[in-house]
Design a protein around this ligand. Structure first.
Ligand code: NAD
Ligand code: GLY
Length: 364
């Protein structure tokens, strides 16, 4: 399996992807160097993988910290538990945090690494599909605030991302499917050949076929690494990675966070983005239907729950971080594999999409 690089000058780092990765010391030791590792994980992941990783880095005498599982723990308070462990263990600036878990553990641990003693190194060991294809790559770290998700954070790139495909075997199916939304996203936003490939391999991906998963993760990470390399701090093309996300955030906030998984909301959100792109005359009806069909075949929602009302939806979308000077910016599709970030769309067409999706049955 080729190693990918996120090309960011002197902050460049590799993404190592393969099977049996967790057990191999040589995957970790070059990045730990002479540092002192603290493995941060949660009580769901630890019983499966903590011991294997501890053995792999045993020569570096790792400490470990097992946090409670769940998005509700992605808080400053939980970050405080990481600082406590570092301070009580007398870790200095040579500390290297190893984030073993999904996006919640990766974001929390990365945030602690960005802020402990003004910044220490960390390694991402993503264990969900979503984390392997998205959240572990690109250096966005952070925690939630009671008034908003991911509102406290920092850009802090890892020393390396080490992704082991085997760990997806214990992932609940619903989490796997949620991760597929982000895989499909890369095809839709900038890689039409990849979208073709996903259409041909969606059943293999759902069946956890290792070769198919490896290719999907590798091609997803290549897309993400390319875009992050162009625009680390999201002043330009990185915003394309938010295809479907403005709609998704409205769905998640409207239903109450946790009712739908983020990837599920992104699935329905990408359907809405394709629908609006079609209403604007940018995307053909055939391509809109093609996108929606693939999202449906992945097992993701393509409709909204009935309790979301159009007026609530519009209000919730206005809270998105991509609102600039009071104007909503959306990621929309000019074609399959060609997304744009734009505020240049007819608001009445957005209203039509929202009305259509908030009023089942779907009548496009
Ligand atoms: P998660 O971390 O909550 O993991 C989902 C569930 O699967 C959890 O219960 C977890 O403990 C469990 N789990 C993880 N790996 C497992 C395994 N191999 N076997 C069995 N169970 C396993 O959720 P997620 O979807 O990985 O990440 C979502 C988070 O990522 C959100 O907080 C979101 O804001 C963040 N995110 C960040 C970025 C970024 O760029 N930093 C991008 C996208 C999402
Ligand atoms: N998940 C979007 C980004 O990393 O920019």
């Amino acid at each position: 399996m080729p190693t990918l690089t996120v090309d960011l000058g002197n902050r460049s780092y590799p993404i190592l992807l393969g099977t049996a990765m967790l057990a191999k010391p040589q995957n970790f030791l070059p990045y730990i160097g002479k540092g002192r590792p603290l493995i941060v994980t949660n009580d769901r992941v630890a019983p499966h993988y903590l011991e294997t990783l501890r053995q792999a880095v045993a020569d570096c005498h790792p400490a470990s910290l097992v946090l409670p599982d769940g998005e509700s723990h992605k808080t400053l308070q939980t970050a405080g538990l990481i600082y406590d462990a570092l301070l009580e263990g007398r870790f200095g600036r040579d500390a290297v945090l190893i984030a073993l878990g999904g996006g919640v553990i990766g974001d929390l641990t990365g945030f602690a690494a960005a802020t402990y003693q003004r910044g220490i190194g960390f390694i991402q060991v993503p264990t969900t599909l979503l984390a392997q294809v998205d959240s572990s790559v690109g250096g966005k770290t952070g925690v939630n605030h009671p008034l908003g998700k991911n509102m406290i954070g920092a850009f802090h790139q890892p020393l390396a991302v080490i992704a082991d495909i085997d760990v997806l075997g214990t992932l609940p199916k619903r989490e796997l499917v949620a991760g597929l939304a982000e895989v499909i996203k890369y095809g839709l936003l900038g890689d039409a050949p990849f979208l073709d490939w996903i259409e041909h391999h969606i059943d293999a991906l759902l069946a956890l076929d290792s070769a198919a998963l490896a290719e999907a993760i590798q091609r997803s990470c290549a897309n993400k690494a390319r875009i992050v390399g162009l625009d680390e701090r999201e002043s330009g093309p990185r915003a394309l990675l938010n295809l479907g996300h403005t709609f998704a955030h409205a769905i998640e906030a409207g239903l109450g966070y946790g009712a739908w998984l983020h990837g599920e909301a992104v699935g329905a959100g990408m359907c809405m983005a394709a629908d609006l792109s079609c209403r604007l005359g940018w995307l053909s009806a055939a391509d809109r239907d093609r996108a929606i069909k693939l999202i449906e075949r992945a097992g993701l929602p393509t409709r909204l729950p009935e309790q979301l009302k159009p007026t609530d939806f519009v209000r919730l979308m206005a809270h998105d971080k991509k609102v600039l000077a009071g104007q909503l910016r959306l990621v929309l599709l000019k074609a399959i594999g060609e997304a744009v970030v734009t505020r240049d769309f007819e608001p009445s067409k957005l209203d039509e999409t929202i009305a259509s999706y908030c009023a089942p049955p779907y009548a496009a």
